[in-house]
Design a protein around this ligand. Sequence first.
Ligand SMILES: [Zn+2]
Ligand SMILES: [Zn+2]
Length: 295
Amino acid sequence: MTRVRRVLAPNPGPFTLEGTNTWVVGDGPSVVIDPGPDDAGHILAVLDETEGVGAILLTHRHPDHAPGAARLAEASGAPLYAFRPEEGEQRLVEGQVVETGVVRFRTVHTPGHTADHVSFLLEPDGFLFTGDAVLGRGTSVIDPPEGDMAAYARSLQKMVDLEPKTIYPGHGPVIFTPRGKLEYYVRHRTDREQQVLAALAEGKQRPEEMVPGIYGGEVPPDLYPAATRSVLAHLLKLEREGKVARTGRAKDQRFLKVTPRECERCGRPAAPGSRYCPRCGLAALQEGLPREARD
Ligand SMILES: [Zn+2]
Ligand SMILES: [Zn+2]
């Protein structure tokens, strides 16, 4: 089994837990995932754990994961890989294999926390390095417009399908029961969505009005602003699915639940803004119905 060591960055906080986990994987040479903040002492501690660095991988470019990478690349001479590379860095794409010595990683694009977020599957150990997509404790922050709840839901399913044996998160403890953890994450998002829909049904229209009812017992009030962003992420996903409509200007956005229409032909839910479900809409188009009958 490949050896994995954690070097904890000195940046604890409400969103980083004990600090960022910098992962040192394999030996002769090692691969370093997420060097963390640009902290000279931390980068030295990372170098102490390695027997030469073969590659540096970034899960995403947030300030708690990426800025130390340039310093580590300079000190070690190792190539730096990122989904959104900067000058002199290597570009990662979905499915790309990065191989150094005995270590072989597959890149898995897992957007949602950010659009550029990737996870790394260590084959054949089944170790998945998830950055901020899955945390050792608590749940991931989805903050629009960078964060995208619909993309995140798809990424969670993608990670379930990979059937990892162990998850090495960007923050918090190693996860030895990945299936249970990922199922909890999926359930958590579905439950939240139901809570947001229930709040809309009660007549609440703004994300900040919904937060105390949804998060009341779970998070202290100083984390309400972050929770508000998460509720907004759910509302934007529901808007795209045609279940919610948005009104008002940027500063005073309001959301309203859309009562679903039934398809006039088959009774299944109609597509947003249409009298028909997608299938009957297509049939109507092929039958050459006049345009006004399809609006
Ligand atoms: Zn992040
Ligand atoms: Zn992070």
